[in-house]
Write a protein that binds this ligand. Sequence first.
Ligand SMILES: [Zn+2]
Length: 249
Amino acid sequence: MNDHNIKSKQSLTKQLCVVAEKEKAWLEKNRLLYTQKRERLDNLVKERGLNSSEVTVEERKLSEHVTIYESRQAGMWDLVFKINREEKNLAAMKARRKKKKEPSTETKIVKVSDELGYDLEPTASKQSKRSSKPKLASDSIVDMWRDRNDFDVASARSKQALAKRGLAGQLNTFSRCPYCEQKLSFERAHVDHIHPVSKGGLSEDDNLVLVCAPCNTAKSNKTLRAFCRDVDLNYEVVVARLEMIGKAV
Ligand SMILES: [Zn+2]
């Protein structure tokens, strides 16, 4: 590797960082609005599910906005992985030029992304297992990963994903939402605490159940009895179904 290659890599990485900073600013500026729209959209979808009504103009618009935000957010992850890869390549080039090996430690981003449960691209994942451990050049990019909100959201998501995987067997016994009996796919299922967390319910398998999104939203932090009453479900029938799939009610 010659100095010219190293310089052009440095310049590419720098440009990527500039783009990433702009994206980060946009995502932060719109985060609150996005959260509100997401919530409103989830409620509309829930209401529509319960009333079997048509998709409204409002729902379609919200869905468009939410999709834009989520795809830019996903793009941001891709970008950060790319920067990480470029920085590792750059460090490797410098190391080869110096004919000196760097100490073996994971780069911060790869490590953090592993912790958050994000899948790395195969190349990045291979690189993360290799022994050369360059340091990150850009503090600003590392800062993005320190964002508390991102950490909290990601950690809550990965916990929920884990709980959900543990419940997959439920659909072999009964392939419908145990509350409303709508057909339920694992991908679209939500995890509900039968006895709500806010009332002391535990996150244990016999208190966790896969349900459809509208039921999960409608139940929220209600007790099973209150939920059944409010959405006009037969409590005894629901309890019997829950017991059939091995839940304690
Ligand atoms: Zn349901």
